[in-house]
Design a protein around this ligand. Structure first.
Ligand code: NDP
Length: 462
């Protein structure tokens, strides 16, 4: 009889867990996976996928306006129905969840709909089935969960992105706390769908960690579209009246809103998993501490994805899950390279980014050349919309290597994907210059920036 029920037991059926389970099974392992909610995890069920569908929905209001300059009429009295959007979105998510489950089962994984809790280094308790299973290796892939400020008076009235996808009624007025990816993306979504939208952020400028030119330019574009942005402030109290919610801020603003949404970061989903009892160690942020092989302090237990708080992006979790399965079950040790990961903010306009920001580059190398252009995209010459596209190359002035590319504007995310390949290969500015443009596109600006750069030289420390 086998020593364990499974070679691998995965806790969490999101992007990272599902990929690890499938690949390990394909390598010949006997694999079980427990998911307490829905297969697909945050990305598919209440993150990237439904968010992008809502983004698409929210862009139509401007498209209808822009059409007039191109000779179209009759679209200016278009109306929007939130329940239709949500129902169609839910239908698509059901389809995707089914595909995830079929892929798992097709790969030979036993999928179990249950919460799973660790009891020892090799034993897991399945709550819904009131039974234990044993496994030679356990993978924790439980993702993250939205933070709220639990000490805030009236916090019970706020929603997070989890609930925003299922609101029964469209909020005519919404206030969103936070200045990161989720706050910015949802502010643009609700604004585009017609809500009176306020963003309230504690810092000086939204999207800390992104290139400063992208942050200020996006801020200006969001305000131009009608989003009210309050920086340097936080909610101090939420009150519920018969008519609406009243959000009081520390600086004395009182915001009347139908919904108040918190998007102030996410934390690793580790509560009640039994990790402490079996000796799994955490880092200062509460994430599971892992080494470069995604192995925890307990040798039989591994962890991938947001629960490890490395780079909290779906494709990174997928890569970590795949590398784990290849390493432990495929006889092929694979480490994930977490450098130069391209990403996007699906704001409106969107941001695509890869590599170092100007500030990071100036801290990292001695000479930095910055090439920057801001222009009105061709599409808006006839639409008449005042919207600027911004592109920026950050170059090592000594080696000529392109260290970072940052784009604000239509299709920036699509461009970032391709630029990610180039920057990973160590592309130089001279190679950008040697590339013939695709015309007429916005992206051609990337290979036609010939003006003298702004050069920053760091003096040697005394
Ligand atoms: P982020 O970490 O991006 O941003 C959190 C924001 O909340 C920051 O502006 C932060 O301010 C602010 N904040 C933190 N704590 C408080 C507090 N106590 N009171 C008020 N404000 C606070 O988190 P998100 O929730 O937006 O997104 C979580 C993660 O999900 C992202 O980091 C990203 O990895 C991933 N994600 C990726 C997307 C994409 O790729 N397009 C889309 C959505 C999410 P400060 O800057 O001052 O710290």
């Amino acid at each position: 009889m086998a020593e364990f029920d499974y070679d691998l037991f995965v806790i969490g059926g999101g992007s990272g867990g599902v990929r690890a389970a499938r690949i390990a099974s394909q390598h010949g392992a006997k694999v079980g996976l427990a998911e307490e909610y829905r297969y697909g995890g945050t990305c598919v069920i209440r993150g990237c996928v439904p968010k992008k569908l809502l983004v698409y929905a929210s862009t139509f209001s401007e498209t209808f306006e822009d059409a007039a300059g191109y000779g179209w009429s009759g679209v200016d009295n278009a109306s929007f129905d939130w329940p239709t959007l949500i129902a169609n979105k839910d239908r698509e998510l059901d389809r995707l969840e089914g595909a995830y489950l079929r892929n798992l089962e097709g790969a030979g994984v036993t999928a179990i709909r249950s919460r799973a809790v660790l009891e020892s280094a090799h034993r897991v308790f399945l709550e819904a089935e009131d039974r234990h299973v044993t496994a030679k290796t356990v993978l924790i892939a439980t993702g993250g969960t939205p933070n709220v400020d639990a000490t805030l008076p009236g916090v019970e009235h706020v929603i997070t992105s989890n609930e925003a996808f299922h609101l029964e009624r469209f909020p005519e007025r919404i206030a969103i706390a936070g200045g990161g990816y989720i706050a910015v993306e949802f502010a643009c979504i609700f604004n585009g769908l017609g809500a009176e939208t306020t963003l309230i952020y504690r810092g000086d400028e939204i999207l800390r960690g992104f290139d400063d030119d992208m942050r200020t330019a996006l801020h200006a574009e969001m305000e131009r579209k009608g989003i009210k942005i309050i920086c340097g402030d936080v909610f101090s109290k939420i009150e519920k009246t018969d008519a609406c919610l009243m959000g009081h801020t520390r600086a004395g603003h009182v915001l009347a809103a139908d919904q108040i949404m918190f998007a102030i970061g996410r934390r690793p989903n580790t509560d009640g998993l039994g990790l402490e009892a079996v000796g799994v160690e955490f880092d200062a942020s509460g994430a599971i501490k892992v080494d470069e092989w995604s192995q925890t302090s307990v040798p039989s237990i591994y962890a991938v994805g947001d629960v490890t708080n490395r780079i909290n992006l779906t494709p990174v979790a997928i890569r970590e899950g795949h590398a784990f399965a290849d390493t432990v079950f495929g006889g092929r040790p694979v480490k994930v390279d977490h450098r130069t990961v391209a990403s996007a903010v699906f704001s409106q306009p969107e941001i695509g980014t890869v590599g170092l920001t100007e500030a990071e580059a100036r801290a990292a190398v001695r000479v930095v050349d910055v090439y920057k252009t801001a222009f009105r995209p061709m599409f808006h010459t006839l639409s008449g919309r005042e919207e600027r596209m911004v592109m920026k190359l950050v170059v090592d002035g000594e080696s000529d290597q392109v260290l970072g590319v940052h784009i604000l504007g239509h299709a920036a995310a699509e461009m970032a994907q391709i630029l990610g390949i180039l920057l990973k290969k160590g592309v130089t500015k001279a190679e950008f210059d040697a590339t013939i443009a695709v015309h007429p596109t916005a992206a051609e600006e990337l290979v036609t920036m010939r003006q003298a750069p702004v050069r920053y030289v760091r003096e040697a420390a005394e």
